[in-house]
Design a protein around this ligand. Structure first.
Ligand code: NAD
Ligand code: WQD
Length: 342
């Protein structure tokens, strides 16, 4: 079976490409390398022994997308990762986000209709829930007004896919990721944030390695036990494996409705201070951090009810926070060594 992975050179896409190949799928990748590099292709191959078929493609170019599908008729399913994902940047440049995250989806779905590709997995996000009324969050929780253009693109994307499944043969699953962290066990691939990381774990590892002076903890006056925000941090390989299982569900026609949504998290919430503590345990070194003011837009606590994914999808996260942080730390050390080589 041939699976097209859009954005397959990126963080989650590359880990999913590995999981797909190891499950016996043939992987085709398209990417415009706006947030990734071609080196990742060989890094994937160094784990699996197989280089995915790659084509440079900017999915915003409708003609190029059409040409790609015209010349690749053998695709059985698509996992669509390609998107822009920086929340702050989306506030500053909303049109970039509406164009890159929505037009690309529309063009892909148009090709699915033309070439009868019926199996589609979409990268959604827990950001669609906003500040939840109840924890843990189930898939039935109301979708509130998005707090950023990025979040809005995920809400609209889910609606676009739902509407399409109602009038065509398309079957789709949206996976709502919580907070992906860590790297493949081999540390051949991992997260490579451009510039100053916005996310907690890359900022922690870059501080520990000496690239950043100090981690700023954004607020300790939240209504949580230690006053810092709570999130559901999930190992990127657990997340990657969820994609393989979701894809198999569609290919085996086990889906209950044409459009299904699953939370993909661990179900366990950890505070910022707990993450720092766990990192210090794993790395056996103290982390330089300081509590500062809250970051605008942060919600107090978010963690998944994973019941639906566990029972219906048959998927459960296997790796815990320490294991995820250990792999993130090993990856940061590897990146430093790699940089020295150049
Ligand atoms: P990433 O930036 O590492 O990967 C995205 C890839 O898509 C990159 O390789 C980029 O070059 C490519 N891309 C972007 N626009 C493109 C275009 N127009 N044409 C072709 N390729 C394009 O991001 P990621 O963390 O791997 O995220 C993957 C998906 O998961 C995204 O849709 C993101 O919104 C979603 N998501 C990510 C997180 C997270 O915390 N990382 C959480 C929830 C959801
Ligand atoms: C986690 C916690 C921060 C950095 C973002 C997106 C979301 C989704 C996942 C895509 C928060 C605190 C962080 C730092 C800190 N992405 N923090 N100091 O905000 O939960 O989610 O990534 O869909 O849409 O918004 O993740 O890693 O930025 O923050 O104290 O330097 O760490 O306040 O409590 P977040 P994060």
């Amino acid at each position: 079976m041939k699976i097209l992975v859009t954005g397959g050179l990126g963080y989650i896409g590359s880990h999913t490409a590995v999981a797909l190949q190891q499950a016996g799928f043939e992987v085709l990748i398209v990417d415009n390398m706006s947030n990734s590099s071609i080196d990742v292709l060989e890094d994937i191959a160094s784990i699996t022994g197989e280089t995915p078929q790659f084509k440079y493609l900017d999915l915003r170019n409708k003609e190029d997308v059409h040409h790609y599908f015209k010349t690749h008729r053998e695709i059985d399913g698509i996992i669509h990762f390609a998107a822009s994902k920086a929340v702050g940047e989306s506030v500053e440049n909303p049109l970039l986000y509406y164009e890159n995250n929505l037009s690309t989806l529309v063009y892909l779905l148009q090709e699915c209709a033309k070439y009868e590709i019926q199996n589609f997995i979409f990268s959604s996000s827990c950001t669609v829930y906003g500040e939840p009324d109840r924890l843990p969050i189930t898939e039935k929780a109301p979708i509130k007004k998005a707090t950023s253009p990025y979040g809005n693109t995920k809400q609209i994307s889910e609606e676009i896919i739902f509407d399409t499944t109602q009038v065509s043969a398309l079957k789709a699953i949206a996976l709502r990721y919580f907070n992906p962290i860590g790297a493949h066990e081999s540390v051949e691939i991992g997260e490579l944030p451009l510039g100053v990381p916005q996310n907690l774990v890359p900022f922690i590892t870059q501080t520990a390695i000496g690239l950043r002076e100090q981690l700023a903890v954004f607020g300790d006056d939240y209504p949580t036990e230690d006053g810092t925000c709570i999130r559901d941090y999930i190992h990127v390989m657990d997340l990657a494996e969820a994609h393989v299982i979701a894809l198999q569900r569609l290919l085996e026609k086990k889906n209950k409705t044409p459009f299904e949504v699953f939370n993909v998290g661990t179900g366990k919430g950890s505070s910022v201070l707990e993450v720092i503590q766990a990192f210090e345990n794993v790395s056996q070194m103290p982390l330089n951090y300081k509590v500062v003011n809250r970051r605008p837009g942060d919600v107090t606590a978010v963690y998944a009810d994973t019941g639906l994914a566990n029972n219906e999808l048959g998927w459960k996260a296997k790796r815990n926070l320490e294991e995820s942080l250990r792999s993130a730390w090993k990856w940061e050390q590897k990146v430093k060594l790699k940089k020295k080589d150049y």
